[in-house]
Write a protein that binds this ligand. Structure first.
Ligand code: 5GP
Length: 217
């Protein structure tokens, strides 16, 4: 039987660079209140310095290397990795606090992070954001105007290597229209909250009320 008991669910969202996953997630979060879905974005822990306009506990939890390594040692990371010599990871204590409060949590992480999380949270729901085509991906990378020619080629090749991993994700969203993908993401969350594996415990809770009808009158 499920142990969900009014807890939220973990939704892992992955996709290649410029697939639009960040925008899809932020649009879904902006629409979640109206859709009456309690969902939030996970806040990662990092050893990198706090950037301009960033806020402790909002953009990241900023910690020292020693502190991060202590978190690794006490298995407090659902997943972690290092980029440019700095650690980044998903703190388990925070994640579980949010889930226990009934909020579902979106983790925007790469395929490698997704595999790490699934080892510890096998019920996590996985969603892969696919660009409609490589032509579209290239167009989006170019119009961001952020990357050199070499970087664009690198990101496209990385996408080609990574996209086959979408085969083992639970859901695939082909991101043509951001608003539609954001709506679809919320639909997935709603459906998963009503899935048997998540809500089966309710059957016994309802059955336990049998014979108590009059008391409630
Ligand atoms: P930035 O320093 O630009 O905020 O992030 C650098 C990289 O770290 C980005 O590629 C970002 O996706 C990745 N990152 C941010 N948070 C996490 C996390 O919790 N886990 C992992 N594995 N990567 C993260």
């Amino acid at each position: 039987m499920s142990e969900a008991r009014n807890k939220g669910i973990i939704i892992i969202v992955s996709g290649p660079s410029a697939s639009g996953k960040g925008t899809v997630v932020s649009r879904a979060l902006a629409k979640a209140d109206d859709a009456r879905i309690d969902v939030q974005l996970s806040i990662s822990m990092t050893t990198r310095g706090i950037g301009k306009g960033e806020k402790e506990g909002e953009t990241y939890f900023y910690v020292s290397k020693e502190e991060f390594e202590k978190n690794i040692a006490r298995s407090n990371l659902a997943e972690y990795n290092s980029y440019a010599g700095e650690y980044y990871g998903t703190p388990k204590d925070k994640l579980e606090e949010w889930l226990n409060s009934g909020s579902s949590v979106i983790l925007e992480i790469d395929v490698n992070g997704a595999k790490q999380v699934l080892r510890q949270y096998p019920d996590a729901v996985t969603v892969y954001i696919l660009p409609p085509s490589f032509q579209e991906l290239e167009y989006r990378l170019r119009s961001r105007g952020r990357d050199s020619e070499e970087k664009i080629k690198y990101r496209l090749a990385k996408g080609r290597d990574e996209i086959p991993e979408a085969h083992w994700y639970d859901y695939i969203l082909v991101n043509e229209i951001i608003e539609e993908s954001a709506d679809d993401l919320l639909c997935i969350i709603r459906a998963e909250l009503n899935s048997r594996r998540h809500i089966e415990y309710k059957i016994d809770e309802v059955l336990a009320t049998y014979g108590e009808e009059e008391k409630n009158d």
